[in-house]
Design a protein around this ligand. Structure first.
Ligand code: SF4
Ligand code: SF4
Length: 845
């Protein structure tokens, strides 16, 4: 491990930019760095994003203003897209981009091969949750890792202890309910991949709770998977102590006002944390301004630890802004106002004429009343503003029906035009300046030399005046005059800092020459942009040609069945499976199950599955599973890929086979070759692939090393949030929840009436599975022709009888005894699960 970044060093404030206006707002508000996407290849396809051709100009603007620019190339990429990605990487290198942000293991290799000096950050989409995952990213050439948002401050401290790589932490903005890089909901439901920047926000939809088969009444709570937003300004001092390199604001789909207000909040929070001072009142003012711009309700997220009662309130999925008061029902006006119906509110924040307000409604927003405030009446008199504590009548205009505004409902201020105007005005006045320290040196009869040294490392310049220093006939040129002349930098991004003068006592510097030198120095500083990063002649095609399978025999063929119970495992083996994978989510009983299966006549090939996420300290679960002596173990995350996944580096040489799971997100040959080079015996292609992409990934060389899932209910959301604890207990974590997961079977019902099973694992992480299994039966023949020899079925709650039918159908299909259509017919007519093609269809467009 190299030197650990200093605790108490000043973390960078990293702001989002979805367009040019937001980028300028971020810079003006004090961002040290801005991240943005190019059109294509980034996890926010809906943002305007930046044009590759204008990249140089964008970076020039940022560098001139002393800010860095990071480009997101953080999607999963398919083989045929790699040449286009290569071009994007070259453009980034040429424009002196300060770093690219990547998710895909293959893209990381491509960046490193093409632009060896271009800094590379591992995206939060890589799901790095422990120090070993960070080290895996380092081995790919990453210079920084953006940690998963599910880590607490305590977890981050442990990661910090285990690695010296730069760490970046999200502190503000929308949270995903699922681990980033592990959400397959949009893919499964709409063929839109969150890993490809096209998330359909399925977590923001309403769901109903089904417990033990019975629909539960949850009052107003409809958005059971929609988390509140993150706001962690109060935790910045601790992040500084932990030596975090960068604190990051989410929001590339938001406008410049949001970017400015949130950037200012964290600029000032960082400055205060390192002793540059800020009083508590202005900190709270900044916080309120940021939340007013966009907030679904806010809190410290997982940074403050697990609290299943706090993260998802369930009453909203959209912007609310600031809590401004409580509804006291509606009131009809009197006298000249008798045609008006007012919402009566007890204000807890100022509410001004012109503000946007919303009186919250019931389940799914039913009965919600909102609009702009046309008039405010307090104590019988029209007034421009209701103050905290006032009982105010708010008139929302002649066309607004407010009758549904119920007593006791919360009233939110959704929009504050006065504050937005202030933010916009401050952007103009805040125009960021780079401090330049100058030195003026000379002797009589010689031209003086002016050196400008920016406090941003990339800007240094020297200019020789075009006239000699003269002996003063009356008064020499004073320091005040020199400061005045050299400080006239108003039309540049610079401001004069320290001025050091080394001239004879009686020197007179011609003022016109000084002015020309100042202008030339500013021009030279502007021209002193960072050098482009050098690129190599290697191409994506070269790398793909080298993406070869390992020089060893592929693992044995067969149909393997991932089971969530021992009964399923017996049924699968009875029905002809070549082996089973025990994914007993609680892990309890795995040892006994393994022994029982091994004791079957003829024995059994048994793989064990650790939890999909591994946080600091949870490597012990890998060691526990390894010491059971299974035939194989699933490798589900980058930490396990790095250290063997069976308890340490030495274990790579052990007899236990290591099978990479779909959660490693292998979508191209570079990624496949990489994970195999790390000692995996086989890999599971990502569920983000459609049929064509899957076939194209599985070249004749790689195909025998693939284990393709041909039948499974898609794991939609894999999340730190526990739905059991949140909705069936009042406990905030596993110590206080009373373990409802032990006694209840739970599903979430979507608007179409489909019940999606929810299962909890030993780490209390929940997975929401799709209600219907998806089948790749129609692809099996093609896959076999390509050389695929290993196939997998994944089960969730299927009964032994279901397992017999499913495994029997696929066994017959693989042996050529039946056709895909027979599998479809068999499985469609039986059991609670239908079969849909899901993401294994060819996408159009
Ligand atoms: S949890 Fe999934 S569906 Fe929700 S915003 Fe994140 S990626 Fe999209
Ligand atoms: S013990 Fe069960 S209910 Fe409680 S937090 Fe863990 S998974 Fe959730």
């Amino acid at each position: 491990m190299g030197p650990v970044p200093n605790a108490h060093s000043i973390p960078e404030v990293l702001a989002p930019a979805g367009d040019d206006a937001s980028m300028r707002a971020a810079v003006a508000a004090g961002a040290d760095a801005v991240y943005f996407g190019l059109q294509g290849f980034n996890a926010r396809a809906r943002a305007t994003n930046f044009d590759e051709a204008a990249l140089r100009e964008t970076l020039r603007y940022l560098h001139e203003h002393g800010a860095k620019g990071f480009v997101t190339l953080n999607t999963l990429v398919f083989d045929e897209e790699l040449p286009r990605l290569e071009a994007a990487v070259r453009a980034c290198a040429d424009a002196a981009v300060d770093a690219v942000i990547v998710q895909d293991l293959g893209v990381a290799q491509l960046v490193r091969a093409i632009a060896p000096t271009l800094p590379m950050h591992a995206s939060t989409q890589m799901t790095c949750t422990d120090a070993a995952a960070v080290e895996l990213a380092r081995s790919l050439g990453a210079t920084r890792v953006i940690l998963a948002r599910e880590l607490s401050l305590e977890d981050i401290a442990k990661v910090r202890e285990g690695t010296s790589l730069e760490l970046e932490v999200f502190v503000h903005g929308a949270l995903c309910i699922a681990y980033s890089g592990q959400c397959l909901t949009s893919e499964a439901i709409g063929g839109r991949s969150a890993n490809r920047g096209a998330c359909a926000q399925a977590c923001r939809l309403p769901y109903e709770l089904v417990v033990d088969g019975v629909l539960q009444e949850l009052g107003d709570r409809a958005y059971l998977l929609s988390p509140e937003d993150l706001e962690a300004s109060a935790l910045v001092p601790r992040l500084v102590e932990l030596g975090v390199t960068s604190i990051k604001i989410e929001g590339r789909l938001k406008g410049p006002e949001y970017v400015a207000a949130t950037t200012r909040l964290y600029r000032r929070a960082v400055d205060a944390a390192v002793g540059r001072g800020q009083d508590a009142a202005s900190a709270e003012g900044d916080r309120q301004a940021a939340l007013q711009m966009f907030s679904r309700g806010s809190g410290p997220g997982f940074l403050a630890g697990i609290d299943h009662q706090r993260l998802v309130e369930g009453k909203t999925c959209d912007h609310r802004g600031l809590l401004a008061g409580e509804s006291l029902g509606t009131v009809r006006g009197t006298g000249a106002s008798r045609s008006k119906v007012y919402v009566k509110v007890r204000a807890r924040e100022p509410i001004l004429r012109g503000d946007g307000i919303l009186v919250e409604g019931g389940f799914g927003g039913e009965g919600e009343v909102g609009g702009r405030v046309w008039g405010v009446v307090v104590r019988g008199a029209d007034t421009p503003e209701a103050r905290p504590g006032d009982e105010a009548l708010l008139w929302l205009g002649p066309d607004k029906d407010v009758d549904l505004a119920a007593t006791g409902r919360r009233v939110w201020k959704t929009n504050d035009p006065k504050q937005e105007a202030q933010v916009r005005a401050s952007l103009a006045s805040d125009a960021r300046r780079v401090v330049v320290d100058m030195t003026l040196t000379g002797s009589l009869g010689e031209p003086a030399v002016l050196v400008g040294r920016s406090r941003v490392a990339t800007h240094d310049a020297t200019v020789t005046l075009d006239a000699p220093v003269e002996a003063a006939r009356s008064a020499p040129t004073t320091l005040e005059v020199l400061r005045d002349k050299l400080g006239r930098l108003g039309d540049t991004p610079f401001v004069l800092g320290e001025l050091t003068v080394d001239l004879p006592a009686n020197a007179m510097v011609p003022l016109s020459a000084l002015n020309r030198a100042r202008r030339a120095l500013a021009d030279a500083l502007l021209a002193a942009a960072p050098e482009p990063h050098k690129t190599t002649a290697t191409t994506a095609a070269d790398l793909l040609a080298l993406a070869l399978p390992p020089d060893r025999a592929p693992p044995g063929p067969g149909l393997f069945v991932l089971c969530r119970s021992l009964a399923q495992a017996h049924a699968a083996l009875d029905a002809g499976a070549a082996g089973v994978t025990l994914d007993l989510l609680e892990l309890t009983g795995t040892g006994a199950a393994l022994r029982e299966l091994r004791a079957r006549p003829g024995g059994a090939h048994v793989t064990v599955a650790p939890p999909r996420i591994r946080k600091p300290g949870e490597e012990k679960l890998d060691r526990y599973l390894a010491q059971l002596g299974p035939d194989a173990i699933l490798v589900r995350g980058l930490g396990a890929l790095h250290d063997g996944g069976v308890g340490g580096e030495d274990a790579r040489a052990s007899a236990i086979q290591r099978i990479g799971d779909a959660s490693l997100n292998v979508t191209n040959a570079l990624s496949a070759a990489f994970v195999l080079s790390r000692g995996l015996h086989a890999f599971t292609p990502s569920f983000d692939l459609d049929a064509t992409q899957l076939a194209s990934l599985l070249s004749p060389g790689l195909a025998p090393f693939a284990e393709v899932v041909v039948h499974h209910p898609m794991p939609l959301f894999h999340m730190e949030h526990c739905v059991f604890a949140a909705l069936l207990s009042e406990g905030k974590d596993s110590k206080t929840c009373g373990r409802p997961c032990d006694h209840h079977v739970l599903s979430l019902r979507d608007r179409a009436g489909h019940d999606h099973p929810v299962e909890a694992d030993v780490g209390c992480r929940n997975t929401v599975f799709h209600a219907a299994a998806q089948s790749a039966a129609h692809l099996v023949a093609t896959l076999q022709e390509r050389g695929v020899r290993r196939f997998r079925i994944e089960l969730v709650r299927e009964s032994a009888a279901d397992v017999t039918r499913i495994v029997g159908a696929y066994t017959a299909l693989l042996s050529g005894a039946t056709a895909a259509g027979d599998v479809w017919r068999t499985l469609k007519t039986d059991g609670g699960y239908g079969v849909v093609k899901g993401s294994l269809r060819v996408l159009q467009g």
